[in-house]
Design a binder for this molecule. Structure first.
Ligand code: IMP
Ligand code: MG
Length: 184
């Protein structure tokens, strides 16, 4: 019988972004965030769980200005070709965002549906400003128009794992981003 650990390892097809490349891009993103907000008002980094938890942990340590962190868990449901769907917030922020510059921190933008819905929802709560930073973007997969304010890496249409991203809840702890091989 096949060993589950060797199957786990075989399915990591190839590294597409190394830990060093991620670290350099996150350091640069932190500097840009410092430069973006100079009015002294509080900044809130909002991570969309679960995939963005590793990115948020590194990004908040790359920002030198004072910032707070928050978490939301969002799932979007869409029927057929409907472009704007219903976002189901399974865990919400525990603070009022009206006195914050909010930055949504996302792992990957695929169809764009989740973020489009989350942005609409948070805008309705009147933050001082609202921006989106994403680690990865797969623009070729977009189903609704959506652009992040900052994208660290643009990738082709592969299914990727690692650095917070999962396949069936596994591989989130890999320190790099890899392509997943379902046949591996
Ligand atoms: P969408 O933009 O609404 O389609 O959803 C994006 C979400 O789908 C992300 O936050 C991820 O949780 C998940 N996702 C999309 N592509 C990938 C991938 O290649 N690997 C792992 N998760 C993915
Ligand atoms: Mg996600």
């Amino acid at each position: 019988m096949d060993n589950p650990i060797s199957q786990y390892q075989r399915r990591i097809k190839r590294v597409i972004i190394t830990r060093e490349e991620i670290a350099a891009a996150v350091a640069e993103a932190g500097k840009k965030i410092d430069e973006m907000y100079t009015d002294g008002k509080p900044v809130l980094l909002v991570s969309i769980l679960k995939g963005a938890f590793v990115f948020l942990a590194d990004l908040c340590r790359a920002v030198s200005h004072p910032c707070e962190i928050g978490f939301m868990c969002a799932k979007s449901y869409h029927a057929g070709t409907t472009s704007s769907g219903v976002v189901n917030i399974t865990m919400d922020l525990d603070q009022d965002v009206s006195n914050y510059h909010v930055i949504i921190v996302e792992d990957i933008i695929d169809t764009g549906r989740t973020l489009k819905d989350v942005v609409e929802l948070l805008k309705a709560r009147n933050p001082l400003s609202l921006k989106v930073v994403t680690l990865l973007d797969k623009p070729s997969r977009r189903k609704v128009e959506f652009n992040a304010d900052m994208t660290l890496f643009t990738i082709d249409d592969f299914f990727v794992i690692g650095y917070g991203l999962d396949c069936a809840e596994q591989y989130r702890g890999l320190p790099y981003i890899a392509e997943y091989d379902p046949e591996g």
